[in-house]
Design a protein around this ligand. Sequence first.
Ligand code: ZN
Length: 678
Amino acid sequence: MTLCTTAFAATAQTTPDFNYTDETFADIQMLRYQVAGFDKLTVRQKTYIYYLSEAALHGRDILFDQNGRYNLRLRRAFEAIYTAYKGDRNSRDFQAFAEYLKRFWFSSGLHHHYGSEKFEPQFTPTWFATALQSVWDEKGLSRLVAPDKQNSNGACRAFLEDVLPILFDNKVMPMRVNQRDGDDLLLTSAENYYAPDITQAEAEEFYTQRKAPADPHPVMTGLNSRLVRGCDGLREEVWREHGLYGQAISRIIENLLKARPFADNIQQQAVIDKLIEYYRTGDLRIFDEYSILWLQETDGLIDFVNGFTETYGDPLGLKASWESIVNFKDLEATRRTETLSANAQWFEDHSPVDQRFKKPQVRGVSAKVITAAILAGDLYPSTAIGINLPNSDWVRREYGSKSVTIANLTSAYSHASRGSGFDTEFVIDEPTRTLINQYGDVTDDLHTDLHECLGHGSGQLLPDTDPDTLGVYGSTIEEGRADLFGLYYMADDKMVELGLVPNAEAYKAHYYTYMMNGLMTQLVRIKPGNNIEEAHMRNRSFIAHWVLEQGRADRVVELVERNGKTFVRINDYKALRTLFGRLLAEVQRIKSEGDFVAARALVENYGVKVDASLHNQMLERYARLNLAPYKGFINPVYIPEYNNEGQIADVRISYNEPYDEQMLRYSRDYNDLPDVNE
Ligand code: ZN
């Protein structure tokens, strides 16, 4: 389960003049992250990172295809125009097209990476058709249509007939992931995890039948396949070496094999071997075995995630998008998270949840602070700043999980946001701003650690609770649970005792920014008229609105007006903590008992709906600051230098590649999947 919150300061040694910010387009600002410490690694370690990063980048096409079945063809057509168009490149149409393509690259497809709504092109269909026609032959684009149409003169026309409605008709594929209660979530979602005509009821029946009810170690059924209609009913196309996405998976395996000799230790080699076995077979039992080996390997400096991991992109929460990150330990900062892990049992024992829902023994909570070296798949360019894996409930219960916070990314966010004027506009008064300036970084940091190291790993399901009972609300409830665990403990005296905060007031900085974000400022990420869809945004919203309502009689937290502007005012921080504790107990009960009705009520009543007038006010105030609400990262470039025997003698790192050149290079060098995959 990944987490994406605001920034905190990092401890890694960085170069002072590093350029963290890059270009801005639409609602996005591109940033760069510094891989501090890379130059100090040995050649062996650099070589290991290099091949793992190659294995990471080879999964790129998979995500594009998972996000929508036209995405790869569209990307190739767009890139042909972008590189070969001979018409007026300063025209409004071309400029609008270039911006559209940058957004398309950013979200690995046609839909917004966060809100999941389809982009509206600001260029005309006529311009697009003419531009495409003008590069069609030169770029050999006939390969983008089905073989029987490739040789005809009308290949370009056939392609346009297919894609023009997809690009320009806002009724076609309007959402990548639709979560609206009551809709058929599959028929109304454009993701490519299910063939287009499969209904939600059919898919749910298919997977209900495949569940072994008494299995104490159930695999995550459906995780690594696309569901399609065969001649006699539904069947899965499994993502594996000789299955769907096999061409990309083979290249991933090839680079994992090249990385293997340079691993930090033999456990890591065993992890790689098991991952390759899983990629070859597609067997989910082997995936669980791999996950266990992976979470138990904590001694090495370098680590990676590479695979089908998070299920946020599937409206039914079964199928996992492909992602990868390669990283190495930030030793200094890791001491902080180790302090939390060492006290995991104390936190479990003292939490405000019912005894029946507590783990008698919290196992294997490992945590470290890492430096990201490459981001790929669903972690690129938009990324998480903390990761807690694996996701299998029984593996977590019996073996624990591995948890990381990514310090060089949060450091980049923090540098980029300095002096943006955001706090001046939205924080209620000077004393609160001072509090946030003093303790905001350290407490945001601590909340991320508590969320990842302890929150997700805490609690247990009752023995007969099916882990999938919460359905579409599962992710939101789980993220809310981890957030609440962090909020509750941040204000505990134990934090001061362990030396994790400087004093007993510091937590207030995070309480304020959390409430401000959940009640108001996260709305700047939502378009007017839309509801909140994304799981993390929903969890922050339901937490903030629930405590606002529950504390209303005692005026614990209020929304107040000043000069026509709304602000959050917290009158009683101690009472707020008590409310967080009450909600944590309730959310843990919902999770442990699998109470779908209560989960739905909590999320739908407090997490989804948006107050239109407050929303407009936020958008107006935010617009005046001229900030991009979303950020993402351009990767560094790793350049291997070879000796006469063809072995890597060193790996240089460069931070100069422009965003569009990086995307075009990836499309050229990691172009693994076929044009037409039907
Ligand atoms: Zn999380």
